[in-house]
Ligand binder design. Sequence first.
Ligand SMILES: NC(=O)C1=CN([C@@H]2O[C@H](COP(=O)(O)OP(=O)(O)OC[C@H]3O[C@@H](n4cnc5c(N)ncnc54)[C@H](OP(=O)(O)O)[C@@H]3O)[C@@H](O)[C@H]2O)C=CC1
Ligand SMILES: N[C@@H](CC=O)C(=O)O
Ligand code: NA
Length: 361
Amino acid sequence: MSQPVSVAVIGVGLVGGAFLRQLALPALAPHFRLVYLSSSTRCIFNAAGTQLSALASATDAPSIDALLTRLTPLATTGKVVLVDNTSAQAVANAYPHFLKAGVSVVTPNKKAFSGELGLYKEIVQAQTEGKSRALGEATVGAGLPVVQTLKDIVATGDKVIRIEGVLSGTLSYIFNTFSPPSPSSSSDLPSFSQTVRVAREKGYTEPHPGDDLDGSDVARKLTILSRIVPELADVLPQGYASVDVQSLVPKGLEGCKTGDEFLEKLVAHDAEYAKLREEAAKEGMVLRYVGVIDVERRVVKASLEKYPATHPFATSLGGSDNILSFTTQRYSPRPLLVQGAGAGADVTAMGVMGDLLKLVG
Ligand SMILES: NC(=O)C1=CN([C@@H]2O[C@H](COP(=O)(O)OP(=O)(O)OC[C@H]3O[C@@H](n4cnc5c(N)ncnc54)[C@H](OP(=O)(O)O)[C@@H]3O)[C@@H](O)[C@H]2O)C=CC1
Ligand SMILES: N[C@@H](CC=O)C(=O)O
Ligand code: NA
């Protein structure tokens, strides 16, 4: 067997914890050496190997610069991968430095690939300069094969015409539950705030659920996909902030600092959402939050739409399912479809682990 790959893990929350459990599986563990672990407050480094139980008693404060200094010499003698399981912009901003030092990056964190075009281009450039790669399959559709599928479509000379679908596990769960195609009675249906609360408990939401409800998480995913399509490479200079997006956050709740405060205040707006649901139901429709990338029109947008209760977005989605439809020159008129759970710790960790496995060997 070749030398184990050194793995540095930042973020040991929901996804990070599930990732570490997969890394410890007997079939996988021999290929890797865990050399670094960090939460937002503490970290531990040991080039000979460490484990999660050691982090609780660690006393060092995390520092990206110190980590870069420690990983750089390891990358001159073997493979080193940084696994960023945070949603921190500060960690994302450092990817180019790690990549230039020969350290590959694997992440479910959307920030680096969906922000300012400058950072994205630096990341692309840094990979071509060294032996390192940056992979983010879990940034769109969690463990579903979305990012690699689109890269393969492009790399094999096909032309993308349109990508559309339900790209948020949280918003999928919320509307599949809140606005089902055939409710037994409207009095059995849950309130909007209660549905959001359960989505958070199930581990589908971003650390702050407002980032799902304001559409920015979907906008980030649309940006990540758009940048893979050559015709749209520069269409979103400010990244997700350039996407035409409909926010579902009620006025007055935009500034909530914590997820808890957000959920408490959301209750006061339940009647507004119930009205939207009723109006749709009267027309035989359901509510679904969808994203669209129209390549020819150079349109990238995300919005809450009404669909007939018989439409596949109404009947075939359950739980946190994402569905993505790729219409291309080859896959036309019948599109290539990818569907399945699009959020949750275990399926997201699978996307991260799958990327890490691409770097072994
Ligand atoms: N949940 C899901 O279904 C999916 C999540 N993702 C992405 O996965 C990532 C992680 O999500 P999730 O696990 O749910 O989030 P959590 O909030 O559960 O975990 C985040 C972890 O990151 C740590 N952290 C935060 N900021 C820093 C920092 N600056 N330096 C070091 N560590 C930091 C936190 O430390 P501490 O414990 O000290 O707060 C915590 O360990 C996010 O980018 C999210 O968008 C992607 C696809 C699906
Ligand atoms: N909060 C996100 C998690 C995955 O990216 C979602 O709900 O889709
Ligand atoms: Na994916």
